[in-house]
Ligand binder design. Structure first.
Ligand code: NAP
Ligand code: ZN
Length: 360
């Protein structure tokens, strides 16, 4: 393939530059052009050299960044795709384990998979790339040419709720009318994943609470308002406001906070660990907490990534939410930057929810 402009790093040592690259021999029956790519904490961690598990593809001394994207098909050698179609490429490529062989590389048993823009596979922050159509998800709704960039983070949400349905089925979890109305979902953290989990909790009928250790800006409160989500600043209101949790989803990765909220999870409740923060201080679990977990049948589960069908579900929900709450969905994307700049990687995310890069 010809040279293309790309945003690259040298994993795992880090750094980010915009430069022309030549990448040859990537398998693929479909040529894609990104319209937008998203930046998340993993990208910032890689360029800061803080993620030792990141590595360059074999034979390269660089790694093209990016695993969140919405792309347009440039040309296709397979039926079912044509130039101009909107698509989202998947992040993970399977290894050799049985889960990977079954298309469930999100549940890889031995860690021998690759992730675009993270571990041994070039990512999507480049002008064009070849992709195998097997790992490409169709986006039928042409109005998702911008918010479709949220498909990748949303597929994590779809998987987690699928695992939730498995775990919650071990007892009579719903209310007497067999809905989740009146049940309480709490989501720790007010970043993009926190919002997407909260939207899905509302879809399921939960009374939904987002929470952080400080107040949040008007922009975030406006999005919550449109989706009917409550907000609690737990640094002020923990004792009075935080109670009767049926579903707790953590996006902070902070053990102390997770344990504090888990104390308020009630019978047959479910705690999902989703956020990761290897630098967070240790949290200590007390004997009282062990009793609480045991006596109340509380499940704590981790959830990572998602399978192709979770991407497909994500596309459906992003379409629904974009039509029902267009202002809120657009407001999730707080920063748009040109593809020529690596500055957005260096900035933190403190003022924004989701930063995207435009390749148009
Ligand atoms: P993000 O924008 O950094 O969101 C993290 C949120 O947690 C922020 O709102 C942050 O608030 C909040 N937070 C941090 N410490 C807290 C505490 N002690 N109490 C309450 N809130 C706290 O990241 P994201 O993109 O939404 O992703 C969320 C997490 O999921 C990240 O850790 C990411 O690495 C992880 N992740 C996991 C998967 C998976 O498959 N499991 C996939 C993607 C991402 P402030 O910004 O105000 O500090
Ligand atoms: Zn595997």
């Amino acid at each position: 393939m010809d040279q293309v402009m790309a945003l690259v790093t040298n994993a795992p040592s880090g750094g980010a530059i915009s430069r022309r690259v030549t990448i040859t021999g990537e398998p693929g029956d479909i040529l894609l052009k990104p319209l937008y790519t998203g930046i998340c904490g993993t990208d910032r961690g890689i360029i800061a050299g803080k993620l030792p598990f990141a590595y360059n593809p074999v034979g390269y001394d660089f790694l093209v960044l990016g695993h969140e994207s919405i792309c347009s098909v440039v040309e296709s050698d397979v039926s079912g795709f044509k130039a101009g179609d909107l698509v989202v490429p998947m992040v993970r490529r399977p290894g050799k384990c049985l889960n990977c062989a079954a298309g469930r590389q999100d549940n890889c048993s031995d860690g021998d998979k690759h992730e675009a823009g993270i571990t041994g596979k070039h990512g999507f922050m480049r002008e064009q790339f070849r992709e195998s159509s097997r790992y490409v998800v169709r986006v039928g709704d042409s109005s998702l040419s911008r918010t479709g960039v949220l498909t990748e983070p949303t597929k994590n949400v779809m998987k987690l709720f699928e695992v939730f349905s498995v775990i919650s089925g071990r007892s009579i979890y719903p209310t007497p009318d067999y809905s989740f109305q009146g049940k309480h979902a709490w989501i720790i953290g007010t970043g993009s994943e926190g919002f997407l989990f909260s939207f899905m909790a509302r879809e399921q009928g939960f009374d939904t609470f987002m929470t952080n250790r400080h107040s949040v800006d008007e922009g975030r409160l406006g999005i919550m308002d449109q989706f009917g989500i409550n907000f609690v600043d737990y640094s002020r209101d923990f004792d009075t406001a935080v109670k009767d949790i049926d579903l707790l989803i953590d996006t902070s990765g902070d053990p102390t906070t997770i344990l504090r909220f888990t104390q308020r999870v009630r019978q047959n409740g479910i705690v999902f660990l989703f956020g990761t923060n290897g630098r967070a201080p240790d949290g200590a679990m007390s004997g009282v907490m062990v009793d609480h977990l045991v006596e109340k049948n509380i499940t704590i589960a981790g959830s990572v990534d998602g399978a192709k069908r979770h991407y497909e579900q994500a596309v459906s929900y992003i379409s629904k939410w974009t039509h029902e709450h267009p202002r809120a969905m657009s407001a999730l994307i707080t920063n748009e930057e040109p593809a020529s700049s690596v500055d957005p990687f260096k900035r933190g995310n403190s003022n924004g929810i989701k930063t995207i890069i435009s390749w148009k």
